[in-house]
Write a protein that binds this ligand. Structure first.
Ligand SMILES: Cc1cc2nc3c(=O)[nH]c(=O)nc-3n(C[C@H](O)[C@H](O)[C@H](O)COP(=O)(O)OP(=O)(O)OC[C@H]3O[C@@H](n4cnc5c(N)ncnc54)[C@H](O)[C@@H]3O)c2cc1C
Length: 481
């Protein structure tokens, strides 16, 4: 009888558990929280109050791991939008032309996403979840992990009876951003694992709205991305359609550019972008919740791929690399990492070097996401970083140039977004044709905000009546400009 124990039943943990079930007799997922019966918030997933998007490369992986999941999500109301064809997008420099590409985003609340993924994963009869149960340590030594120490939580658990050891042939740690893996490994005598961290001090503020009754089905949503390398804090916003006629609005900013959290400023805020499109849309929408904020969005990569870890133990998801959510890559990296686990298990099964091989594969996926996340964040004022900042001027110039050309050129737009959403390999951005177009630069002027908006009949009359809508900028609300 072989057993796997997965620590944490979030996105990475459940996907890994489904993969492991094909190779062991039973899989136990240890989850500190109680899952809600219906789609809803839970304590262990505070990010659930904020905007979530699943990139096509992640959604494809989800369907490979749990077939039919994205169809179930669409049936539950998830909205698919081509990028940038179906979303009004302002990149770090310019407004995007509405070019078709091969890629898209799936938009829905985290509550619905998790409910559907959980339902799919837990249909597997080999899989059980111990809810309300907290992992407190590993069992074994620096050579091999043989189990996990857990503690039952909640009023029913009396202190003595609540501690237990779960034996395991393999332990997968998916305890997320707050993972205590380094301490657990230290207790087994494992030398400290190298860690990189980049913190640009990003903050989120989010609110749910009921869309106006006359919102068309193809309402595009709006994404305004942060600008790095300007010497000023980055500021951005996403207003995205979700299931059930709802909009989620998430304003975000790096250190010194934190978004407002009071109702009046939130509704009128127009950051440092050149059109009050968000304020006009919000003037027509009905708030459904208060404003929730989130901090602690640093990038942190624990280099397990370089470490000598005990056999029978591996790490996946945010516990391996937590990325600034502003770039929307975390769940896609988790899903693609679960595919790496599947490939390696299919190749050789539960071998002693499984962890090493899986960590190397995950590191390749993380490396690309890290570059677009931590690599950008080091360029914001006040960013704290363990990385040496090299060629900052070139990096800023090159990033801006890609964004300017992609905003106008259909081929460059397709390559940039396809690579960025993990459906094409990063080497596509190193092809001669791509690089030549970037170096040549934009061939026509950028769209004005009005021209960009006019590309989308889906806005209809929603953003007319500008006179009625007050607008505030960071300088009006006391934030630095
Ligand atoms: C504000 C915010 C917005 C985000 N938006 C996006 C987005 O738009 N797109 C995207 O792709 N990604 C996004 N992410 C990232 C995404 O949430 C994570 O990458 C993804 O959830 C990875 O999941 P995970 O399973 O590794 O960690 P989590 O989802 O955090 O799951 C960890 C699980 O472990 C449990 N746990 C923790 N410690 C213990 C313990 N000691 N014992 C037992 N259980 C434990 C927790 O309860 C939780 O269920 C966002 C993140 C944040 C913070």
């Amino acid at each position: 009888m072989t057993a796997a124990v997965v620590l944490g039943g979030g996105m990475a943990g459940l996907l890994a558990a489904g993969v492991l079930a094909d190779h062991v007799d039973e899989v136990v997922v240890v989850e500190g929280d109680q899952y809600p019966e219906e789609p809803g918030a839970r304590r262990g997933l505070p990010q659930g109050h904020h905007n979530h998007l699943f990139m096509k490369g992640g959604a494809d992986a989800l369907d490979e791991l749990l077939p039919g999941t994205t169809d179930l999500l669409r049936a539950a109301g998830a909205q698919q939008r081509g990028l940038p064809h179906d979303i009004l997008t302002r990149g770090p420099r310019d407004w995007f032309e509405r070019n078709p590409t091969d890629t898209w985003l799936l938009l829905m609340s985290r509550a619905v996403l998790d409910h559907v993924v959980r339902g799919q994963a837990l249909r597997n009869p080999k899989l059980t979840v111990r809810q309300h149960t907290k992992v407190v340590g590993l069992v074994g030594d620096a050579r091999r992990v043989t189990g996990v120490r857990v503690e039952r939580e909640g009023p029913a658990a009396d202190a003595e009876a609540s501690e237990e050891t779960l034996p395991a042939d393999i332990v997968v740690d998916a305890t997320g951003r707050s993972a205590r893996t380094p301490q657990w490994l230290e207790e087994l005598g494992v030398p400290a694992v190298e860690e990189d961290k980049v913190d640009a001090g990003f903050a989120y503020a989010s609110r749910w709205y009921r869309a106006p009754a006359d919102t068309p089905e193809d309402f595009p949503g709006v994404m305004i991305q942060v600008q790095q390398g300007t010497g000023r804090p980055g500021r951005g916003v996403a207003l995205l359609p979700n299931e059930g006629g709802k909009w989620i609005v998430t304003q975000f900013g790096s250190k010194g550019g934190e978004p407002p959290t009071d109702e009046k400023d939130f509704a009128t805020y127009s950051g440092d972008w050149d059109h009050p499109v968000i304020a006009r849309l919000l003037a027509r929408a009905t708030p459904l919740t208060g404003i929730r904020s989130y901090r602690g969005m640093h990038n942190r990569w624990r280099h397990y791929e370089k470490a000598r870890l005990p056999e029978g133990f591996l790490v996946i998801g945010d516990a391996f690399a937590a990325l600034n959510p502003t770039y929307g890559t975390g769940m896609t990296v988790s899903a693609r990492s679960a595919l790496v686990l599947r490939t390696e298990l299919r190749r050789t099964g539960l071998t002693p070097d499984l962890g090493r091989r899986v960590h190397k594969g995950i590191a390749k996926i993380v490396a690309f996401a890290w570059q677009s996340s931590a690599g950008n964040d080091v360029l914001f004022p006040g960013a704290e970083s363990t990385l040496p900042v090299r060629a900052e001027k070139f990096q800023t110039w090159f990033g801006a140039r890609i964004s300017q050309v992609a905003a106008r050129n259909r081929t460059v737009s397709n390559t940039t977004f396809s690579v960025g959403t993990f459906i094409a390999p990063p080497t596509r951005m190193a092809s001669l044709g791509y690089l030549w177009r970037i170096l040549r630069g934009p061939r026509r002027p950028a769209l004005t905000a009005e021209q960009a908006i006019a590309q989308f009949p889906g806005f209809g009359t929603l953003i007319e009546d500008p006179a009625a809508v007050p607008v505030s900028h960071p300088s009006d609300t006391g934030r630095t400009r």
